[in-house]
Design a protein around this ligand. Structure first.
Ligand SMILES: NC(=O)C1=CN([C@@H]2O[C@H](COP(=O)(O)OP(=O)(O)OC[C@H]3O[C@@H](n4cnc5c(N)ncnc54)[C@H](O)[C@@H]3O)[C@@H](O)[C@H]2O)C=CC1
Ligand SMILES: O=C(O)C(=O)Cc1ccc(O)cc1
Length: 315
């Protein structure tokens, strides 16, 4: 797997790009954009003065402001990198500054709800190409980002039907330049797929760590001391940002509940197999799941060892 970004482009893809929300994802995009020369001018917008100050200290954008309207003015591409629950209010706040012909995008982990929140606020002539980079870590904030985060990772675009093809292709080119593999799918389908591949696994991690911490027969000290096994991987996931994940579950409610229902049925079957000593059933499942893990590794999406967020290849 290549660990470095390519050389900077001779010509930027966009004259002016505005990022709203400079946390893990926004600041990773900012670093990649600067490194690869993807924007003539990069503007950072955040509601937090502290974040804006830190962005200036880190020098990861050309301009930084808390003023949404001024921040997006004249931008050709505006990307919302905020928790999914506030995308509608952010879109409403920036609306007066949006330039006709510009492209609005986002990075939210849920797509149908973000589209429903944002679309009503976009003036005619502004294109909307929602995106979800399927790449991240359990860390948050502008210091947590790194330019190679999206390298060799999927980025899913969910343009509403009838959206301008050229706008979609420009967003595709942007993510491809950052090293992502881009796929296009319907927002509802995205939400169903991500419910089982990302959202429910996070819920399970939050649940198992919470349950272990609550167990009266096991002390907090023992949970930490003996966490070298599978539990340790769950604690990494369960350290993910509470605001972000609260919003994901509330905004992908139906798909998550659907997948949880299915999961509950399968767990009941596993409990039954254990109770009745049906070793073959357990063995068959574990054999199938081992093949899935090996398939992921051989596809180059994951290293064989735990990488705890791929921070060693930060750029
Ligand atoms: N963390 C991850 O691993 C991934 C996150 N995402 C998505 O990316 C988005 C951002 O996530 P992170 O960068 O991890 O979050 P973060 O917590 O690191 O950063 C969020 C930033 O948004 C700002 N913000 C919050 N509310 C705002 C508002 N109303 N107006 C303006 N700025 C506001 C915060 O000040 C902060 O700087 C979320 O929608 C999340 O679902 C997508 C892929 C991976
Ligand atoms: O840290 C991890 O293991 C993740 O799963 C990161 C992540 C979180 C949310 C997303 O929408 C995509 C990726």
């Amino acid at each position: 797997m290549p660990e470095r970004l390519g050389p900077p482009l001779d010509m930027p893809l966009f004259d002016r790009v505005a990022l709203i929300g400079l946390g893990l994802i926004g600041s990773s995009i900012a670093r990649a954009v600067k490194h690869l020369n993807l924007a003539g001018t990069l503007v950072a917008v955040d509601r937090s003065e502290e974040v804006v100050t830190r962005v200036r200290e880190l020098a990861i954008a050309d301009e930084a402001t808390t003023d949404f309207v001024a921040g997006v003015r004249d931008a050709d591409l505006v990307i919302l990198c905020v928790p999914v629950g506030v995308c509608g209010t952010v879109a409403e706040a920036m609306k007066p500054g949006l330039k006709p012909g510009s492209i609005v995008s986002d990075v939210g982990s849920v797509k149908a709800s973000v589209i429903a929140q944002v679309q009503p606020h976009l003036p005619d002539g502004v294109h909307f190409v929602p995106a979800h980079p399927v790449a991240g870590t359990e860390h948050s904030g502008p210091d947590a980002g790194f330019a190679t985060l999206f390298h060799n990772r999927w980025c899913i675009l969910t343009p509403p039907e009838g959206e301008d093809e050229e706008a979609v292709e420009r967003v595709r080119a942007f993510w491809t330049a950052m090293g992502s593999n881009v796929e296009i799918m319907a927002a509802q389908h995205h939400d169903l797929v991500l419910a089982i591949t990302s959202h429910v696994p996070h819920l399970i991690a939050y649940n198992i760590v919470g349950t272990a911490a609550d167990l009266e027969t096991v002390t907090q000290g023992e949970v930490i001391k003996f966490s070298a096994g599978g539990f340790r991987d769950f604690t990494r996931i369960a350290a993910s940002d509470p605001t972000m994940w609260r919003d994901i579950f509330l905004h992908n409610k139906e798909a998550v509940l659907e997948m949880l229902g299915r999961l509950n049925e399968d767990i009941a079957l596993l409990a039954r197999a254990i109770r009745w000593g049906e070793g073959d059933k357990l063995f068959d499942l574990f054999t199938r799941t081992r093949a899935i893990r090996r398939g992921i590794i051989s596809s180059g999406q994951e290293t064989a060892e735990p990488d705890f967020g791929r921070r060693k290849d930060q750029a």
